[in-house]
Design a protein around this ligand. Structure first.
Ligand SMILES: Nc1ncnc2c1ncn2[C@@H]1O[C@H](COP(=O)(O)OP(=O)(O)O)[C@@H](O)[C@H]1O
Ligand SMILES: [Mg+2]
Length: 320
């Protein structure tokens, strides 16, 4: 790609300290997000996905490295640049209920960004814009003066999406956007987000522990393990030719709809414990669970390097 990345994440670190214990939640991650791309982040619970997403967009301070948005340091934006950034970069979180103030009706909730950024000049224009946003996300205008508790989880997530869209964003950080929803409506929300990608020209960082969802929506996927990227490549390639033994195990655990295929398939069962992010072992963090482990893996941490064009993996199997 010849264009400039929207986000450039370089050796980013985020540590949490409580007493003498330091948790290295994000421990040196490097990746780019190009305009129009959907970049997926997967990995087991606790591997640092949420911390990574929040530190990338500047919701959390960083402890090392840097993040550039359109070439500017995200963690140092001030004044008009910061305010423009806050408009362009929006978030969709797992629990829409927690992020919606229950004392406000839908109209007030959706209009919040319009009001903060002074994007409308009259009451009539504000109302028009809110109705337009409701239509865009599949909410009926009759819900205008209802409150969040009167809606189902899926409808509340639509309210959250309308709120994000109100300020005409360029980028959405979606952190487990469907994990709290009924399975029956998960696909509707994902389809809505992907339609909006086209109609609104959006770029996404899509965080989820659900690999099949991420596979479905992403152009590129990043696999995290214990605060680090262990593999990253185009989405199809990750599923067709996973390189890292951890990725192989994650993929082998995705159920396949065809019972014939499902029965004949080989599952890789992950054994052993995930080491604690506050007490990482020497060498490869996955060594204790890896079926291909060698002595070198226990001594020396593998670097993330190119194993095929555009395909990165951190594993000694590919660096003999
Ligand atoms: N605010 C926090 N304070 C202390 N530790 C945290 C905080 N947020 C996350 N962590 C720790 O950082 C690690 C990564 O967490 P998180 O980013 O939430 O992972 P994921 O989203 O992949 O489940 C975990 O060990 C978690 O306990
Ligand atoms: Mg999380």
């Amino acid at each position: 790609m010849n264009q400039q990345p929207l986000f450039q994440v370089k050796d980013l670190k985020k540590y949490f300290q409580s007493g003498k214990v330091v948790t290295k939640a994000v421990d040196g991650v490097t990746f780019d997000i190009y305009p129009g791309e959907v970049v997926g982040v997967v990995g087991e619970s606790g591997c640092g996905k949420t911390t990574c997403g929040r530190t990338v967009i500047g919701l959390y301070d960083k402890d090392g490295g840097e993040v550039l948005y359109k070439g500017k340091d995200v963690h140092r934006l001030r004044g008009a640049e910061y305010s423009a950034y806050c408009r362009e970069v929006q978030t969709i979180f797992q629990d829409p209920y927690a992020s919606l103030d229950s004392r406000n009706d839908v109209c007030t909730l959706i209009a919040e960004g319009l009001d903060i950024h002074k994007l409308v000049s009259s009451k009539a224009e504000r109302l028009e814009k809110v109705k337009e946003l409701m239509a865009k996300v599949g909410l009926h205008a009759s819900g205008l003066h209802r409150y969040p508790h009167e809606f189902s989880g899926g409808m509340r997530q639509r309210i959250g999406i309308a709120r994000a869209l109100a300020v005409d964003p360029k980028f959405l950080l979606c952190d487990e956007p469907i994990s709290a929803l009924d399975v029956s409506i998960q696909a509707q929300i994902i389809n809505l987000l992907m339609d909006l990608r086209e109609t609104e020209g959006l770029t996404y960082l899509m965080i989820s522990h659900d690999l099949s969802m991420v596979k479905h929506v992403s152009d590129r996927i990043i696999v995290m393990y214990l605060g680090k990227i262990v593999e990253s490549c185009p989405a199809e390639e990750l599923y067709e030719q996973p390189a890292h033994p951890y990725t192989k195990a994650l993929i082998s655990a995705i159920p396949i709809a065809d019972p014939e295929v499902e029965r004949s398939r080989q599952r890789i069962i992950l054994t052993g414990q995930v080491p604690s992010p506050s007490n990482k072992p020497k060498g490869c963090a996955f060594a204790g669970r890896c079926q291909y482990v060698t002595e070198r893996c226990r001594q020396e941490e593998p670097e993330l390097r190119e194993v095929a064009p555009g395909h990165l993996a951190a594993c000694h199997l590919y660096n003999r």
